[in-house]
Design a protein around this ligand. Structure first.
Ligand SMILES: [Zn+2]
Ligand SMILES: [Zn+2]
Ligand SMILES: [Zn+2]
Length: 145
């Protein structure tokens, strides 16, 4: 999991003022386990009486996403969720049951990209890849007996 400092540092480096709501958001995000939705944060902020509303939470999520420290995931259910991330290119393996997320690097995808570029004539600038399944703990618990 990311700690709040990484999120706060990213704001600082990009020249954003470290306002109280932004600090509160950094803490909120770093305390999430696995991936989380904007709605999860809204509920959490309310429970902790942080005094930050929906609009602030959505704006802060956008900002953290732009800074590359939070990444948006498109779940197979059609919902969107977020994970705290390192701002370097990587992929995720995501548990569909508990939401546990791990960063994975990019084995072989560059080669696929080059081959697609060659076949289609496209200049490919970016790609996304997310792998969904069951984490070892969840796979173990559904083991038929
Ligand atoms: Zn990540
Ligand atoms: Zn799991
Ligand atoms: Zn990649």
């Amino acid at each position: 999991m990311t700690d709040a400092t990484a999120l706060i540092d990213a704001l600082d480096r990009a020249g954003y003022r470290l306002t109280e709501p932004r600090r509160a958001m950094a803490g909120l995000i770093s305390d999430q386990t696995g991936h989380f939705t904007a709605a999860d944060l809204v509920v959490d902020a309310r429970t902790r009486r942080l005094g930050i509303g929906r609009a602030t939470i959505f704006r802060a999520l956008d900002l953290f996403e732009d800074l590359g420290v939070v990444e948006r995931l498109d779940l197979p259910s059609g919902d969107h969720a977020y994970v705290p991330c390192e701002p370097i290119h990587h992929h995720h393996v995501i548990c569909s049951s508990c939401g546990r997320t791990e960063d994975v690097d990019d084995p072989g995808i560059d080669a696929v990209t080059r081959s697609v570029a060659r076949r289609t004539g496209f200049r490919i600038d970016s790609h996304r890849l997310e792998l969904f399944g069951l984490c070892p703990a969840c796979a173990g618990s559904v083991d038929p007996r």
